[in-house]
Design a protein around this ligand. Sequence first.
Ligand code: TXA
Ligand code: MG
Length: 313
Amino acid sequence: MAETELLNWDQAGIVRAAELLSEGRLIALPTETVYGLAGDARNDRAVARIYEAKGRPSFNPLIVHLPDAARARDYVEWTDAAQKLADAFWPGPLTLVLPLRDGHGLSPLVTAGLDTVALRVPAHPLAQAVLRVFGGPVAAPSANPSGRISPTSAAHVLAGLRGRIDAVIDGGDCAVGLESTIVGLAGTPTLLRPGGIPAEAIGAVLGAALATHTGGEITAPGQLGSHYAPGARVRLNAERAEPGEVLLGFGAMECDLNLSETGDLVEAAANLFRHLHTLDRPGIAGIAVAPIPDRGLGVAINDRLRRAAAPRD
Ligand code: TXA
Ligand code: MG
């Protein structure tokens, strides 16, 4: 693949993006969480090329994106809990894992051979438009090389994947800034990955707190240790920068960049990956990160920061 086309947020861009998907090619597509690396979820070759472009271990299953809950029901055994959560949070940053239905038509590569599939209805208007014009299910992991920081702008996508994907359609900066919350509904409702919707809000809708995933088995490999890793070393709960470090702050403080000067966790989530990208430049030995409160979206922010700080292989 030679050039990565840059498509605009207009009718011509939307039609071209949908056309590329129909041809089994790969595009990076903005969602309200992060940019996704999108391909036709029914097309084995397209899905295989997603894994190849990301350099992702093939046991990581992918999220399938649909324009609404009615289309989602085509692929899975729908449940009352799924309906409640879809009513409350779709379109939006929530992914539901449900048992696959017979005759679903999805590539087995999407689910990496599991008998469940992860489904999401994104809220970003450009993602909605492309999904509707394309008309089929779209598999999309975050549009970054495996193990690197997730992209929240078209420029981040190009920095990691230029020449490895057919196009990126530019929808501006992502509003949420970290990935969707993943809830397993194949058995007891379980939090598989913290994300853009706090687990408490999901528990409130279900009328019971979500179980948390504690087993050793990797069902959501976002749980792997080192992930979302910048080139620079990351040090958490820092009060100040040591020599050679830059300080990523939170709340009122002296620092190089601040996730939210007012201490707003929603703003901090939206800024997280962008600020890590900005600070992660040659000559920086380390990124020191101020303490982030471990409540609401702070749980997901701290999860991503712990991965960024985990020892590297
Ligand atoms: O916000 C998001 O969720 C973004 C945007 C692009 O939609 N997508 C995203 O995809 O974060 P990805 O591939 O980076 O993360 C998908 C996660 C992985 O940790 C994967 O293991 C988990 O979803 N997953 C997918 N299918 C699953 C399944 N059947 N059971 C359990 N976990 C699953
Ligand atoms: Mg990812």
